[in-house]
Every structure is written in C-alpha cells, then in structure tokens.
Design a protein. Structure first.
Length: 262
C-alpha cells in the first residue's frame, strides 16, 4: 500500500469519527462523561492528518534520494522537496490531472512513478519532451538536430566510491547543470525489455536515437554512466508525473547541503 493511500484511509476514518462526534456522539453521552479513546484520538489527529494530506497532495512532498544516479546534482541521502502543482493539480492517489497549470520543460529535475513499477518513485532530469527527436551517441547529446553544449570542468571525486569521474557542465533549455561521464563505461545501454513505444527508438553500439511520443517524456540521470533511465526502460507517461524537485533541505551526512538546485 502506498503512503498516499494509507494517509487517505486515515483521513477518511478520523474524519468520519470527527463528524460523528460533532453531530451526534457528544449529544448522546452523559454530561461530563469522557470521550472513548478512539473518539478522542480521532478528533485530535484529524486536523493534523488533514493538513499533512493537503500539503503533501497539492503543495510540496518530501523525498529522500536513494541512489547516485543524479550525482553531482543530488547526492545519496539528500532530503528534497517536490513541487506538486507546477505541472498541474492532480487527484491524490489516482494521480489524474484535473487542473493543468504547466508542462515539464527540458532540464527540469522531475519525480515520477517508475513505468515498470508505479509503486516506486524515481527522480531524473527531463531531456526530451513530446515530439522531440534526440540522439545520445558516443556520450554526446543532440536534441532536434542541435548538439547540446557541454564544457569540461574539474573532475568529480565520489566519496562513496573513492573514484574520479569526468565532470561537464551541460546546457539544456538555456540552463546549466553538471553531469558525470566515465571514460571506461560503454556508450551502449541495452533496453531492459520491449517497453511501450519502443519502435520510436533505434539502438546501436554508439548509443541510441529516439522520438518522444505525445504525452511522454525522455528522462536521464546526471550521472550518465551510472543511471538506469529512459535509455533502458523507455518513456515516462504524463500520468506518472509526481512533481518538480527544487530544494534540498537536509543531508545528515553533509549538513551544509541546503538550498535550491536545478
């Protein structure tokens, strides 16, 4: 059971008891009689659960980064906030968009439900939007026939792996972000299976070329050679979108990590 569904069940249960207490139960108790424990707890917790549910469903939701696929932008153990309304208001649990407010843009860091197992939340960077023709050949990215600008900067040292990686600054949609590449990693990443719209992609030993279908997005990790992403499991449909990641609020291993990112 997802946490969102669990929270909704708690909200409905405590809300029902709160409403019954307000409308009927307190009138039937003898004057001065104490509330049953289940009424007392429900009435006390309902407002808290309601506030948490509304904030988490429609404003911001916290996440913890579990893997290194977005290094150096996001590190393992980063606690981040995700904006839930940037891409539109969605029904809780069902995740169906009811009020469109915006669409993901190339370069956004986005949280979404993993297409192969929607019970899992993934985080990657939006590289291709509907209609884009993109190529990733020999570790160089081209979008709609235009090579994406990159410039090499100082190498990155992974404290976890005690290994240096080539670090580059990539410019997508006018905004810069850092990516990592490893010299000894192959350019080819084999698809895990025949994913939906797999016919839109062509693979060879140098990489791949894909046309993003309507209502879908092509996602990649910033740690390019250590990321399972759309190169492996395909496109992310719009209905899987959770929100736009935008703020690091805590990392217990590096207390100085705090603030917005892109």
């Amino acid at each position: 059971m997802s946490f969102a569904l669990f929270l909704l069940i708690l909200l409905v249960a405590t809300g029902a008891v709160w409403a019954l207490e307000a409308a009927f139960l307190r009138r039937w108790r003898a004057e001065g009689a104490k509330q049953p424990w289940w009424v007392e707890y429900s009435v006390s917790f309902f407002p808290v659960i309601l506030i948490v549910f509304l904030l988490r469903s429609f404003l911001v939701e916290p996440f913890k980064i579990p893997s290194s696929s977005m290094v150096p932008t996001l590190l393992v153990g980063d606690f981040i906030l995700v904006n839930k309304f940037t891409y539109g208001i969605r029904l809780p649990v069902a995740n169906r968009k009811i009020i469109p407010l915006g669409e993901p843009q190339r370069g956004d860091v986005m949280v979404f439900r993993y297409p192969e197992d929607p019970s899992l939340d993934y985080i990657k960077r939006v590289i291709g939007v509907p209609g884009d023709r993109l190529e990733y050949r020999n570790k160089r990215l081209t979008i709609n026939g235009n090579p994406v600008p990159v410039r090499q900067v100082d190498d990155y040292l992974s404290k976890e792996r005690m290994q240096f990686s080539r670090r580059y600054v990539e410019t997508v949609n006018g905004a810069e972000h850092e990516i990592l590449l490893e010299d000894d990693a192959p350019s080819f990443m084999a698809p895990s299976r025949a994913f939906p719209h797999a016919a839109n992609c062509n693979y060879n030993m140098n990489g791949l070329a894909c046309t993003v279908p309507p209502g879908h997005y092509f996602m990649m990790g910033d740690n390019r050679d250590n990321s399972s992403d759309s190169r492996v499991w395909g496109f992310v449909p719009d209905e899987n979108i959770v929100g736009k990641a935008f703020f690091i609020w805590l990392n217990l291993n590096e207390l100085g990590r705090f603030g917005p990112f892109r």
